[in-house]
Design a protein around this ligand. Structure first.
Ligand SMILES: Nc1ncnc2c1ncn2[C@@H]1O[C@H](COP(=O)(O)OP(=O)(O)OP(=O)(O)O)[C@@H](O)[C@H]1O
Length: 234
């Protein structure tokens, strides 16, 4: 397994939010983390990438325990985050935003370079000299994805990457994710659009109040309206 999360617990200050989260992502797999608002999806992501300390449980990347590592070390190991709310640098240009996080991993030419990002998102090439704060929401989201790809991640993590976007742009983001999946990119995603999630993801994990309450394939979940009603209120 590329990423293994076992019985993870974590929280903020004295407040425990995660009690028992488990999930596993193999190389080339897409896993969706699902659950209603406030159930701990973003907290799970923050703990995996080292922004929050794990209180207990297992957190391993390529078989290596990463729970005690600072977030910049985890990023270097190959986990690239597209954060909720995009968080691009407002006073840097599009190109500067991309270069700021660029990191080539391993020997040989990196998969992701500026040129490759321009190809994936032609709109960003047109906007390359624009400041981050002058971009539309959709352009900011593309930039956030481009920035994570520039770290040449082995695992790409997306938290609500299609939220608040116009339908056409949302469709473009899903198409890009499908392209990345076809290339073999491993992906962990949090998203509320179940039908799009089920089309893209291989596996789904549902969390409720900080506990994994269901996991299985996307096909299993699609065929199980009971799970959807119980845990996702659909
Ligand atoms: N910085 C924080 N400090 C204290 N509590 C927090 C903080 N961030 C989140 N929480 C609490 O942790 C719980 C889980 O939040 P989290 O953001 O992980 O949920 P989520 O499943 O991602 O929900 P959403 O879909 O609304 O983003 C919530 O009760 C929330 O109030």
């Amino acid at each position: 397994m590329m990423l293994e999360v076992g019985n993870l617990s974590a929280g903020y200050g004295q407040t425990q939010v995660l009690f028992d989260v488990s999930l596993a992502i193999g190389a080339g797999q897409v896993l969706a983390l699902l659950g209603r608002n406030g159930m701990g999806k973003t907290t799970t992501v923050s703990t995996i990438i080292g922004m929050l300390p794990a209180w207990g449980g297992r957190l391993a990347f390529d078989g290596r325990e990463i729970a005690a590592l600072p977030s910049h070390r985890i990023a270097r190991l190959g986990i690239g985050l597209v954060p909720e709310g995009r968080q691009i640098f407002p006073t840097l240009t599009v190109e500067e935003n991309l270069v700021a996080t660029a990191f080539a991993r391993g020997p040989g030419a990196p998969r992701w370079t500026l040129e490759a990002i321009w190809e994936l998102f032609p709109r960003l090439r047109e906007r390359r000299r624009s400041m981050g704060n002058r971009l539309s929401g959709g352009e900011q989201q593309m930039l956030a994805i481009g920035r994570a790809l520039m770290t040449n991640p082995r695992l790409l993590v997306l938290d609500e990457a299609t939220e608040g976007l116009a339908p056409l742009i949302r469709a473009e983001i899903w198409a890009v994710l499908a392209t990345l999946k076809r290339e073999g990119q491993s992906i962990l995603l949090v998203d509320k659009n179940l039908s799009a999630v089920l089309r893209l993801a291989d596996k789904c994990v549902v969390i409720e109040k900080g506990c994994t309450v269901w996991s299985g394939t996307s096909d299993d979940l699609a065929r199980d309206p009971g799970v959807q009603q119980r845990h996702l209120h659909i």
